[in-house]
Ligand binder design. Structure first.
Ligand code: ADP
Ligand code: ZN
Ligand code: ZN
Length: 733
């Protein structure tokens, strides 16, 4: 028999399958990790299929060895690999990276084995005593200790002498052996489970999920309508049938909270998978899932690749979130992977949101998805009242500060009443740029074509694209002027202004990319806020999602126009989602909530929809705009991004690809609404120049066209130039 093997060389440009002879003395199964000769060395590979004969003849090298007892890649996942290759043009080796923890590959991390001691099972306690010399007091003490149960050697050795323990091992009275200890992320994190009786609305939603003939059920539930309980209930149901579940949340920051709730309800059966785990934790959690010890996987996007069998339901919370689309290699869309797995496992996918993506809602409208609606909050108070504040008016009244007088008063009142406030600004740092007042010079990153953000705490200018740090501007390098102006305010600055407003006594926390770099930072910040140690939480979009704090009665949104005028067809959708989500953080329990939104364009139609929680109204208008202007979901946007450290090479490749695309267009002009080549909006990132070809095409033949484009890119491959295809990219920078 011949094993068809993908070799695990991640930097390889070839994505080929190699044939190896399976020797007579052992068998190889599909999915097995094997050692194979490759060039003049042996490397790891995975058998993805078997056949009687090889098209390369009979003179094949042999598989050296099988590395594990059982196949590491499940049959389902082998099929998924082919699907991903077909649909997203993902190379097999790149799929491997998604499927199997990097440190398991190449045996870089192993199971953690600790020495364990326990009384021998081959004799009675009295027999043991008779073997131990009477005056060996400490040996007898060890025996007494172990009578209550086994113990790890390291712990035992802190209580008793090594010699006493070893003497007992030597005479066979106690056994010493290695056992595997699992590294568990957020050990001890669990909530006491509160069993609630589902409301009628929740029950209806659960019913709909299981009765539906469609694969995907969109749970459209307003913020605070109790979507989590619906998810839990769906999972309970499938577990009872002996099946398993996958639960995805959009951000790593949200995984601890959901993990806490899930552990409370389901205990050790829950495993967590995401890119923020340590290598050891990922290895162990992955094994727990693979071995069937964990039957629920909670995680961010990549958890959709968990090695879990018999999936009974896949849940994607906050489905509108852009993080479900991977925009760096390997590029894929989580919902498509989920759909593949759901079809394979004959189960449902529940996608939930208070603000579904236009795309998903359109699918529900067309009957492709089932829809379940929960339009009321659990709390009797209903939705918090939203007020729009005209900041231009504030300026006219002489208020040049960050906060409108209304918001200022509201913050003070909230804190005085013992309640909590959340202040949202989607910009981190202290000031968005530093600029010379005399000549207009702006401090920019040396490697990227972007202005640098000033961070006050570190007193540094930082590049938000590549992370590079620079000294702050004190004198203009161009004209020598010392008069420096600071750009738009960020979250750091908000905290300082709040400090001035509230004094030093009131706890203020900030949650953004800068404050959450350590692993427990999210939990620490959110925990402190939940405990009431701080009265105000300032943050970026991180604070917008999922959180459930009963004492929050005020939400302030600063600079709500920020994302409104981006030259991105999704900017209205994004703004609507983001603001509705933040607004949804308050008044979730018995206390009534209030939302104040500061903007310079109070008359923008979007605010009316936000104010009246009118998702449908927003959707109708948005979808109509998209139709008239031929934007997704009516068309598909494809961007080919070409990057290189050499601008000439970048231009050459882009031109050449563009040439071919124009030829394709000539054969089917009706498919193209738009086709242009240009510099990318950010012309350089990490020292690489960026050129792009943007097209908008009709959806009829898109898969064929996308495949043609990939072929062109393969054809035009050249050293030192990378090119990618992006479908409806989330960011066009
Ligand atoms: P969503 O995810 O829809 O924004 P959550 O799932 O966070 O809402 O639920 C909001 C609050 O309502 C939570 O505090 C939750 O514990 C509570 N809750 C949910 N369902 C019920 C129920 N059936 N009875 C009582 N409280 C509930
Ligand atoms: Zn200057
Ligand atoms: Zn940079």
């Amino acid at each position: 028999m011949v094993a068809r093997v993908i070799v695990d060389i991640s930097n390889s440009e070839v994505d080929r399958i190699f044939d190896y002879q399976i020797p007579v003395n052992f068998d190889v199964e599909c999915g097995d990790r094997v050692l194979v000769p490759f060039g003049n060395r042996t490397i790891e590979g995975y058998c993805i299929s078997k056949s009687e004969y090889s098209e390369y003849g009979t003179d094949l090298k042999c598989v050296v060895r099988k590395l594990d007892e059982n196949p590491l890649i499940l049959p389902e996942m082998i099929k998924l690999m082919s699907f991903m290759k077909e649909k997203f043009f993902i190379r097999y080796v790149d799929s491997l990276r998604l499927f199997i923890p990097s440190k398991l590959r190449g045996n870089k991390v192993k199971a953690k084995i600790k020495e364990y001691c326990s009384l021998s099972e081959s004799m009675t306690y009295d027999q043991m005593l008779s073997l131990v010399p009477k005056r060996a007091k400490s040996q007898i003490a060890v025996l007494e200790r172990l009578k209550e149960g086994g113990e790890f050697f390291t712990i035992l050795a802190t209580e008793f002498s090594n010699s006493a323990i070893n003497a007992l091992v030597k005479i066979g009275v106690i056994d010493r052996y290695g056992i595997e200890v699992k590294r568990t992320p957020f050990k001890g994190l669990s909530a006491t489970d509160i069993t609630v009786k589902l409301t009628d609305m929740q029950n209806n939603a659960v019913d709909k999920v299981f009765k539906s003939e469609k694969d995907v059920i969109l749970l459209h539930g307003v913020t605070g309508s109790g979507k989590t309980e619906v998810y839990l209930s769906c999972i309970e149901k499938v577990l009872a049938e002996g099946k398993t579940a996958i639960m995805l949340v959009p951000e790593i920051s949200l995984t601890p909270q959901i993990l806490r709730i899930f552990r409370g309800r389901f205990g050790d059966m829950v495993a967590m998978l995401h890119s923020g785990l340590s290598d050891g934790e990922r290895y162990d959690e992955w094994r727990r899932i693979y071995d069937g010890d964990a039957r629920i996987v909670v995680g961010a996007r990549s958890a959709i690749f968990a090695p879990i069998r018999d999936v009974g339901v896949i849940i994607i919370d906050e489905e509108h979130d852009s993080s479900y689309i991977s925009e760096s290699n390997p590029r894929y869309n989580t919902i498509d992977i989920a759909t593949y797995r759901a079809v394979y496992n004959k189960c449902h996918i529940v996608i939930g949101s208070a603000t579904p993506s236009v795309d998903s809602y359109q699918k529900a409208n067309k009957g492709e998805y089932e829809i379940a609606v929960m339009d009321k909050r659990i709390s009797k108070n209903g939705m918090p009242e939203v007020e729009i504040i005209d900041m231009a008016g504030e300026l006219r009244r002489g208020n040049f500060g960050l906060f409108s007088s209304e918001l200022k008063e509201s913050i003070i009142d909230t804190v005085e009443a013992g309640n909590q406030a959340m202040i949202f600004l989607n910009r981190r740092g202290f000031a968005s740029y530093m600029q010379c007042k005399s000549c207009g010079y702006i401090a920019k990153c040396t490697d990227c074509d972007v202005s640098l953000t000033y961070h006050h705490q570190d007193n540094l200018l930082k590049c938000h694209y590549c992370g590079k740090k620079f000294k702050p501007l004190t004198q203009c390098p161009d004209c020598g002027s010392e008069s420096i102006k600071q750009g738009k305010i960020g979250t750091e600055r908000v905290v300082r202004e709040l400090r001035d407003l509230l004094g030093n006594e009131v706890g203020i926390l900030r949650m953004d990319n800068d404050t959450t770099s350590t692993k427990t930072a999210y939990l620490d910040i959110l925990g402190a806020f939940k405990e009431g140690e701080a009265k105000v939480l300032v943050g970026t979009q991180m604070i917008a999602k999922g959180h459930d704090f009963p004492d929050v009665t005020l939400v302030g949104v600063l600079d709500a126009d920020m994302s409104l005028y981006f030259s991105d067809y999704r900017s209205s959708e994004r703004t609507f989602q983001l603001i509705t989500q933040v607004a949804g953080r308050c008044g979730r329990s018995i206390k009534k909530g209030r939302v104040l939104i500061q903007t310079y364009s109070p008359k923008h139609y979007l605010f009316n929809f936000i104010k009246s929680y009118d998702y449908k109204g927003f959707f109708e208008k948005e979808v109509n705009n998209r139709k008239v202007t031929s934007f997704p979901p009516y068309t598909t946007i494809i961007r080919v991004l070409v990057t290189s450290e050499s601008e000439d090479k970048c231009v050459d490749t882009a031109k050449s690809i563009f040439g071919n695309l124009k030829l394709i267009k000539a054969t089917c002009p009706e498919e193209f609404i738009y086709l242009q080549a240009m510099k990318s909006p950010v012309t350089r990132i990490q020292s690489k120049f960026r050129y792009q070809i943007v097209m908008r095409i009709n959806r009829n033949n898109e898969q064929k066209l996308i495949s043609d484009i990939h072929n062109i890119l393969d054809d035009k491959k050249s050293r030192g130039v990378s090119s990618f295809v992006e479908i409806n990219p989330q960011s066009m920078s």
